[in-house]
Design a binder for this molecule. Structure first.
Ligand code: PLP
Length: 423
């Protein structure tokens, strides 16, 4: 490679990813096939439009690539309609809002400070600047969403769009209940399944597609694909405006969503990334992905239990999915400091606000951890107690550099025995 400066950095990052314990809940390691597709000549191609309806010549091959991604996504999620073009989860959400809302309309989402995502109405995001955002949250005593309470908020706020889904919520969602509330107040219901998408695809968690009008997701978290987004509609989608067309209601809404992605919010689709999505969806359709997702859940459940044994306070007491949100007040350390200390031991996590946090988002009282990446590395229940022990030790020795260096050695040793990269 000619660009030594840059490729040296990539080599360093590969070493970091190989040697460390990756516990960021939104990250994963893609397969060689996904990586190869992303680094392919498909990156050279412009393809504005959709398969068979492009604004550029020479799209006969990328049409097939994109169609493969669409067909596999439909099979994976039992979806009626899919758009695989959003460059990211945020782009997918922006496109949906552009399609179904007018500026000033009310949206009702999960509070960012309780585990929601920026694009669900945060005042610093387009969703909170363009629309009137209102929120539901978790109960202080249980750390869980009380779905009955959403009803009262929805009745009061009269949202046009309700959003289910989160960035750091370890419990499952009652999409059926949320749809009943949405119907009651005349709102559309969107689920953003960016985090648990892989687990939902394999039927391990509740399926939003039969209940939500629209479902968005990222493709790079539990789904283990390239960084990107996707929008879907399920089998029983009903036209929210009751508009009847000769082609059927679904085509009406899908056309709106397609045009909100392009030309509404994006230019040319990234066909090399879409190819990576096709590879990942193909992998997720295999039986081995079922084993993977079950292991992700077993690992996170056990990690929660092992951390509780060591005096950690897990929000809601445990997890139904791939992640855990931990309140560190019982350990006398902030989220910011824990992220730094664990980082010194090559354990990567992110600081995270906990519900009713008294600290700022830059400091926080918590951390979020997840098991998708370590499970890809081959970690099972066998190694989880040791991982809990290493986390606890690092936090207990936050000011002891030599002990942190010792923990780092143990982490590197553990990961050495779990080689991943064949790329
Ligand atoms: N939605 C949810 C629930 C997320 O957790 C995230 C990312 O963490 C996104 C959307 C945004 O995805 P991206 O970073 O690809 O824009």
């Amino acid at each position: 490679m000619k660009d030594k400066e840059l490729f040296k950095l990539i080599k360093k990052e590969k070493k970091r990813q190989t040697e460390g314990l990756e516990l960021i809940a939104s990250e994963n390691y893609v397969s060689k096939g996904v990586l190869k597709a992303m680094g392919s000549v498909l990156t050279n191609k412009y393809a504005e439009g959709l398969p068979g309806k492009r604004y550029y010549g020479g799209c006969q091959i990328v049409d097939q690539v994109e169609q493969l991604a669409i067909d596999r996504a439909k099979a994976l999620f039992n979806a009626e309609w899919v758009n695989v073009q959003p460059h990211s989860g945020a782009q997918a959400n922006a496109a949906v809002m552009l399609a179904v809302l007018n500026p000033g309309d009310t949206i009702l989402g999960f509070d960012l400070a309780h585990g929601g995502h920026l694009t669900h109405g945060s005042p610093v995001n387009f969703s909170g600047k363009l629309y009137r955002s209102t929120f539901y949250g978790v109960e202080q005593e249980t750390g869980r969403i009380d779905f009955d309470k959403i009803e009262a908020i929805a009745k009061k706020e009269q949202p046009k769009l309700m959003i289910a889904g989160a960035s750091s919520y370890s419990r499952d969602w009652d999409y059926k209940k949320m749809r009943a509330i949405a119907d009651e107040v005349g709102a559309l219901l969107m689920a953003d399944i960016s985090h648990p998408a892989g687990l939902i695809a394999k039927g391990i968690l509740n399926d939003p597609l039969p209940h939500c009008h629209i479902v968005t997701t990222t493709t790079h978290k539990t789904l283990r694909g390239p960084r990107g987004g996707m929008i879907m509609m399920g089998q029983d989608f009903e036209n929210p405006w009751g508009i009847k067309t000769p082609k059927g209601d679904i085509r009406m809404m899908s056309a709106l969503l397609d045009s909100a992605v392009f030309p509404g919010t994006q230019g040319g689709p990234l066909e090399h990334v879409i190819a990576g999505k096709a590879v990942a969806f193909g992998e997720a359709l295999e039986d081995s992905f079922m084993e993977y997702t079950l292991q992700v859940m077993k690992n996170s459940k056990l990690l929660g239990e092992e951390l509780v044994k060591r005096g950690f306070d897990i929000i809601s007491g445990g997890t139904d999915n791939h992640c855990l949100l931990i309140n560190l007040n019982s350990k006398d350390i902030t989220g910011k400091e824990a992220e730094r200390v664990l980082g010194l031991a090559d354990i990567t996590v992110n600081k995270n606000m906990v519900p009713f946090d008294t600290r700022s988002p830059f400091v926080t009282s918590g951390i979020r951890i997840g098991t998708p990446a370590i499970t890809t590395r081959g970690i099972t229940e066998k190694e989880i107690p040791l991982i809990a022990e290493l986390i606890d030790n690092a936090i207990n020795h936050k000011n002891n550099e030599s002990e942190l260096a010792n923990i780092k050695k143990q982490v590197n040793h553990l990961m050495e025995d779990l080689p991943l990269f064949d790329y």
